[in-house]
Design a protein around this ligand. Structure first.
Ligand SMILES: [Ca+2]
Ligand SMILES: [Ca+2]
Ligand SMILES: [Ca+2]
Length: 530
């Protein structure tokens, strides 16, 4: 610390609690940082993780629900849980329960949307109520997991809902929540728009009430045009959702008005090579201002099943025919698709049973694994499929989010356990089984990282330039909205490094450190100029 220069720098070398091992297989210009860890391994049965990234805290928020407790009304009877996770793969503080237990109802399928203006999350979930079975709710939690609201019902009439999805509208500072709703009998797709305090902006409205079942909505928001593209599993041609269905979608404006309804993203009913389509997903590419939608498909030309995708323009028209995104021996399904603007690539992760005994009845496979791949903006595969987890038994329901600061992904999934479970339980069509939530951070190792904040207030400083100079090395990086910065490990030589941190209106800070092959991490507090 050098008071003459009127700055305060605290320095710590990052103690590696994690193993830095080369990935089994790297691709897409990612580096070789991997960290495998457990997120929740309680006696409860953990299910269906979802994950969001928070750029202000530079951390991930993983949510899941639990089952398996046989005490109706007990505190952990089908409860919702969360865990903050750093880009190093460290669990940040203890897990928390984002919702207090209220009544005896079961709560399932929490999904968070992050609000960069408030640094809060809105969590959509389904809660059981006495008369209706399942209804949609939201609640607001602070960035650290503090619960800020009671459960907020999304509909005045209990709509018997399931499969909630939520996105944040960064233009209007609102959220669109969609779910399937059986108030009319067969499942339909409904939506609700709320403001960032949870007040209803647009009451629950139909998005698709076609004949037959429509379920499992997914939404992508396009802030350039202030529109939402939604898709869902659609069974308008067949009796029920276990039959071969299709994928339909709709385009809504920012107010929730229908721009294009009933978009047949994949309707191959009665055609040659007809398959069933389920488990839809969408990613928005701001560079091309277009969407890539995907689903899992059983069409006969695939090797058992695969992931199929299709580009959509922002006016809801298709940009070409559908094409295979991922297919290998055995079944591939439950995909999660991200567009990573910093890399100008898509990342696709899915559950895969290529390593099990190949069997036509893939639905009873007991050895699912987690695979991923990179795709170009035009949908071409970049590199081979990446085996992210090929452990014994089944790894299921993978989801992913990305930290641009470290250039790393967090992938979370459910690890199935062989446990005796009481019969006749579960939620909906899911059969009860034991399981834990596991995670992996995958990406680029760090050389020099940290956070820039204002001395005194501790407020993060965005847009500070951090120049690091050492043996044969000089790089400058800007701090993000949360004050975070990072320079990747690229064979830097051991020796003395100097970091110069500058921001207009603040006094410059200088910090020296010695690099010995271990990542360096600093916290810098800048003093305002008088
Ligand atoms: Ca079909
Ligand atoms: Ca296949
Ligand atoms: Ca496995």
């Amino acid at each position: 610390m050098n008071k003459k220069r009127n700055f305060r720098v605290s320095m710590l070398s990052l103690v590696l609690l994690l193993s830095l091992t080369p990935a089994l297989c790297s691709g897409g210009n990612m580096g070789d940082f991997t960290a495998d860890f457990s997120i929740s391994m309680t006696y409860l049965h953990e299910w269906m993780p979802s994950v969001a990234y928070n750029p202000i805290e530079n951390e991930f928020m993983v949510l899941w629900h639990t089952t398996g407790v046989r005490e109706p009304g007990g505190e952990n009877m089908y409860s919702l849980h969360g865990q903050r996770i750093s880009p190093e793969g460290e669990l940040t503080e203890a897990p928390f329960s984002p919702l207090l237990s209220v009544g005896t109802g079961r709560r399932i399928l929490p999904k968070a949307a992050y609000n960069i203006f408030t640094n809060q999350y809105m969590v959509a979930f389904i809660m059981e109520q006495l008369e209706t079975a399942w209804d949609p709710f939201v609640t607001i939690i602070d960035h650290d997991g503090t619960i800020l609201s009671d459960p907020i019902p999304l509909s005045e009439q209990p709509p018997k809902a399931n499969h909630p999805f939520i996105v944040f509208n960064s233009v209007r500072r609102q959220y669109l929540i969609a779910y399937n709703d059986s108030r009319n009998g067969d499942h339909d797709i409904f939506g609700v728009i709320v403001d960032e305090s949870g007040n209803i902006v647009k009451e629950d409205f139909p998005i698709c009430t076609a004949i037959g079942q429509q379920q499992n909505p997914y939404i992508a928001y396009n802030p350039h045009d202030d529109v939402y593209l939604i898709n869902w599993e659609d069974f308008r041609h067949v009796p029920t959702w276990t039959d071969n269905g299709d994928i339909y979608g709709a385009l809504l404006d920012g107010e929730g008005n229908m721009l294009v309804s009933d978009i047949p993203m994949c309707d191959d009913y009665g055609m040659d090579n007809e398959g069933g389509q389920w488990l839809n997903n969408i990613a928005y590419n701001p560079d091309r201002n277009e969407f890539l939608v995907c689903w899992f498909d059983t069409r006969p030309t695939l090797d058992l099943t695969g992931i199929v995708g299709r580009f959509y323009n922002t006016d809801g028209t298709p940009a070409g025919a559908d094409f295979t995104l991922a297919d290998a021996p055995g079944a591939q399904l439950w995909s999660n698709l991200l567009y990573i603007q910093e890399k100008k690539m898509y990342f696709l992760v899915w559950m895969d049973e290529r390593n099990s005994e190949i069997d036509e009845d893939w639905s009873s496979s007991d050895n699912w694994d987690v695979y991923a791949k990179w795709l170009s903006p035009s949908g071409e595969s970049i590199g081979p499929d990446i085996p992210l987890c090929t452990a014994e038994r089944s790894q299921t329901y993978p989801v992913a989010a990305y930290s641009p600061v470290e250039d790393r992904l967090l992938i979370a999934w459910r690890d199935e356990l062989e446990e005796d479970v009481p019969s006749g339980t579960g939620s909906g069509h899911v059969t009860e089984s034991g399981g834990n939530i596991m995670g992996k951070v995958y990406g680029v190792p760090s050389f020099f990282s940290g956070r820039v904040a204002e001395q005194g207030s501790g407020e993060p400083i965005e847009g500070a330039s951090v120049t690091v100079i050492g043996p044969g090395y000089e790089r400058t990086v800007m701090s993000n909205i949360g004050g975070w910065f990072n320079l990747p490990e690229r064979f830097q030589r051991d020796g003395n490094y100097v970091a110069v941190i500058r921001k207009k209106g603040y006094l410059k800070a200088i910090e020296t450190s010695i690099y010995k092959g271990e990542p360096l991490k600093i916290t810098v507090e800048l003093n305002k100029k008088e």
